[in-house]
Design a protein around this ligand. Structure first.
Ligand code: FRU
Length: 494
């Protein structure tokens, strides 16, 4: 066993309203009440806008609004008043927002470009009356940088053709044909629509009825270009609930081409953006140029309404950047923590590199704040990082060489009595064929995010410990040396 290191500084003080039990310190949460999917993510005039599914009157899912927050750096957030309220056409379900810089919609005024939000109106009365056409797409615009919104008098702009699940429009500009493309979840497939003015839409094509995972309904899609070695590809994200690899909600993806009419995938097999159970309904920001920035809802519909937080329920994942990667298995999506997270870093400390059995890195004075761990092996060996506390809660993040899988074991990580599906071990296949493994792990008060092999295998899991998991040890069945092992305490975002 190696010596203990006196490494850990004191946690930054945060305003008291962000200090409740389980309150994340480096993740966005609403100050109070329920949140689910991120919506309307658009970058405009130096600010990242984040709208999200919100129920202002309760901490369980209820009549949906779009709440609003903005950030100048993707990391620190200002919580703003609710942007869109339910109306006679229905509740405000998920959707997207764009900057209409050519004023195709005509909503612009005095040279000001409108921000246009495209969302699903969900009509509760229609649902209760067992109609099938209760979800329709509508728009709203803002001429004051997202502060206030006016719903279009001609709503809905895309009427339901008789499909019960007809929702979550993600709209983007298709420059080659100077038109808008709407990527819409339509039950068990994606339907693409196009428009010249965001008000009139025509159907282009469908994708996926016979491809991908179909263990549940398709929701919250996204379609965006990404380049690799000078060639452009299109990535299609599709959230599905249930049917994710470790149960419940998850997000699959396809890489292919898109010609303004049709998406053609390069591969047939199902791939997942994140193998943890707590990254759902994630999509990318619009208007960020070639950088594709992603955030998801850090939760799972299996237990989202039961997680043991009190003032609020729901959080986002850390902001991430999506990139392409190619090897002999073809082209894959990889996910990096957004580089802006470096703004939170305190001084990095090197940790002991010899792993001989179980090595306690820290077991006297637990860390009190969030932190990042980075590790690189010198060869392939099984290993496990145990993050624990003096209340005997422990979370294990590891790699198992025999099955070539990463895993997160949250069975003993704290309160798990609220849902019998919660206390489980989750697995992610290793995608990389490299002879060494690198891991970056972000640990917050109630979540862990694992980016393995430069983000080719990703896992996001929430957990609810009695105290922060501020004790760290690493163990392995065989002695080996790490090329790199370091720890960086992180400042709270609040
Ligand atoms: C996904 C989802 C969306 C829907 C929204 C309702 O989590 O079910 O399909 O628009 O949540 O809040």
């Amino acid at each position: 066993m190696l010596g203990l290191l006196p490494l850990f500084g004191s946690a930054q003080q945060s305003p008291s309203q962000n200090k409740e039990k389980y309150r994340p310190e480096i993740h966005f949460t609403p100050e109070s009440k329920w949140m689910n999917d991120p919506n309307g993510m658009v970058y405009y005039k130096g600010k990242y806008h984040l709208f999200y599914q919100y129920y202002p009157d309760g901490t369980i899912w209820g009549p949906m609004h779009w709440a609003h927050a903005t950030s100048k750096d993707l990391v620190h957030w200002d919580r703003l008043p609710v942007a869109l309220y339910p109306d006679s056409l229905g509740l405000i379900f998920s959707g997207s927002a764009v900057v209409d810089s050519l004023n195709t919609s005509g909503f612009g005024k005095d040279g000001k470009s409108p921000l246009v939000a495209i969302f699903t109106h969900h009509n509760m009365k229609g649902e209760q009356a067992k109609r099938i056409d209760f979800q329709n797409q509508s728009i709203a615009y803002s001429l004051d940088e997202g502060n206030t919104w006016t719903k279009y008098s001609g709503n809905p702009v895309l009427k339901n053709p008789g499909i019960v699940d007809f929702r979550d429009p993600k709209v983007s500009w298709f420059p080659e044909q100077k038109k808008w493309i709407m990527t819409l979840a339509t039950k068990d497939r994606i339907t693409f629509y196009s428009s010249l003015n965001l008000k009139e839409w025509r159907k282009e094509s469908e994708f996926g009825e016979a491809l991908g995972a179909h263990g549940g309904v398709w929701e919250c899609p996204d379609l965006f270009p990404l380049s690799l070695n000078g060639k452009q590809y299109y990535v299609l994200l599709i959230s599905i609930n249930p049917g994710a690899p470790n149960g419940g909600s998850g997000t699959q993806y396809f890489i292919g081409s898109f010609d303004g009419n049709k998406f053609t995938p390069l591969q047939k097999e199902t791939r997942w953006i994140d193998y943890g159970t707590d990254n759902y309904a994630g999509v990318t920001w619009s208007n960020t140029g070639s950088r594709k920035l992603f955030i998801g809802w850090m939760n799972n519909w299996i237990y989202a309404n039961q997680v043991p937080t009190e003032a609020w329920r729901g959080a986002t994942t850390l902001p991430r950047e999506l990139k392409l990667y190619s090897d002999k298995n073809g082209i894959s999506l990889r996910t990096e923590p957004a580089k802006e997270l470096a703004l939170l870093e305190k001084t990095t400390v090197n940790l002991p590199k010899h792993v001989t059995g179980s090595v306690k890195i820290l077991n006297k004075t637990p860390l009190t704040g969030p932190y990042k761990l980075q590790l690189q092996t010198d060869r392939m060996s099984s290993f496990a990082l145990t993050l624990s506390n003096n209340a005997l809660n422990k979370l294990i993040v590891g790699y198992d060489k025999a099955s070539d899988r990463f895993y997160i074991d949250r069975r003993a990580a704290g309160d798990n009595a609220f849902n019998k599906e919660f206390a489980k071990v989750h697995y992610a296949p290793r995608i990389s064929k490299s002879k060494t493994i690198n891991l970056t792990v972000y640990v917050d008060v109630a979540s862990v995010e694992l980016f393995a092999d430069d983000g080719l295998s990703v896992m996001t899991d929430v957990f609810f410990p009695e105290q922060p998991l501020g004790l760290i040890s690493i163990n392995s069945p065989a002695a080996f040396k790490l090329k790199e092992f370091k720890y960086t305490p992180l400042k709270s975002i609040w």
